[in-house]
Design a binder for this molecule. Structure first.
Ligand code: NAP
Length: 276
């Protein structure tokens, strides 16, 4: 078993994820895994970094596929005995002009952005080594979507005692409410992406609390962040940041020094903790 530190970035064959891997290759003292659902696209990205003089390793990972997540978990356990840095970056968004029915957009978006990310956490968080760092890439849209929720929903999402099971129930309820055409009446905002990212931010707050309760002495720091508005296939060419600039806050959180005990359980934009 290797004692080399190891970092994993999900959805990193392109966009912000690839930029996070690029930055980590230069700064993380260990092996950096670029993961992708499609091995061809993943290997191509590794080769691109190699041309830049950077060495990343590849492992397949489709966060929609529990078997794929478990295969990565077993590989990390066997080869490294755990994990030092996890960046949950993989995500999807329907384009504004997409005419797919809202209920379908809700189900598909939540499946990857919330449930897929949660499944990765369920399988990989137990592997985190002491002083590990976990970064969940959310979005500032999670804050605006939160403000668009009814008061009772806002209260639940801001609660310091909400459990993961209660959050999962709420995310499932959103999908069901869109199918019944009652999401508006039930107090949800009109954005499936926004609700999925509320889920990611609240999940991060819950997970940080669980780490405090269950692994206090291990100094693991877990945060959610927004990379900013970044020129990628998701956000388009008009966005203000380059992918490398978008990677700065996630990488800052992934490389928080071992003597840091904050931020933890926070939502961070431009390396600054935001109110939730
Ligand atoms: P992107 O260019 O579209 O890249 C998304 C990445 O996620 C791709 O590598 C994609 O793989 C991967 N992915 C999607 N579904 C996956 C799955 N089921 N399993 C594994 N990988 C999957 O988007 P981006 O702008 O870099 O976004 C990265 C993250 O930042 C997302 O979580 C996004 O919500 C967040 N974000 C972006 C912005 C922005 O302005 N760009 C702002 C706020 C937050 P494929 O190539 O196979 O599709």
């Amino acid at each position: 078993m290797s004692s080399t530190p190891v970092a994993v970035v999900t959805g990193s064959n392109k966009g912000i994820g690839l930029a996070i891997v690029r930055a980590l290759c230069g700064r993380f003292p260990g092996h950096v895994y670029l993961t992708a659902r499609d091995p061809g696209r993943g290997q191509e990205a590794v080769a691109k970094l190699q041309q830049e003089g950077l060495q990343a390793f590849f492992h397949q990972l489709d966060i929609d596929d529990l078997q794929s997540i478990k295969a990565l978990r077993d590989f990390l356990k066997e080869k490294y005995g755990g994990l030092d840095v996890l960046v949950n970056n993989a995500g999807i968004a329907f384009k504004v002009q997409d005419t797919t029915p809202f209920a379908v957009q809700a189900e598909v978006t939540l499946k990857t952005n919330f449930f897929g990310t949660r499944n990765v956490c369920t399988e990989l968080l137990p592997l985190m080594k002491p002083y590990g760092r976990v970064v969940n890439v959310s979005s500032m849209v999670s804050s605006s979507a939160l403000r668009g929720c009814s008061q009772p929903l806002q209260q639940q999402f801001r609660s310091d005692t909400i459990t993961e099971e209660e959050l999962v129930q709420l995310m499932n309820k959103f999908v069901e409410d869109t199918k019944k055409g009652v999401h508006d009446k039930e107090g949800w905002p009109n954005t499936a992406y926004g609700v999925s990212k509320i889920g990611v931010t609240v999940l991060s707050r819950i997970q940080a609390r669980m780490l405090n309760e269950q692994r206090k002495g291990d100094h693991i720091l877990l945060n959610a962040c927004c990379p900013g508005w970044v020129r990628t296939d998701m956000a388009g060419p008009k966005a203000t940041k380059s992918p490398d600039e978008g990677a700065e806050t996630p990488v800052y959180l992934a490389l928080l020094p071992s003597d840091a005990d904050v931020p933890h359980g926070q939502f961070v934009i431009d390396k600054t903790v935001q109110p939730w």
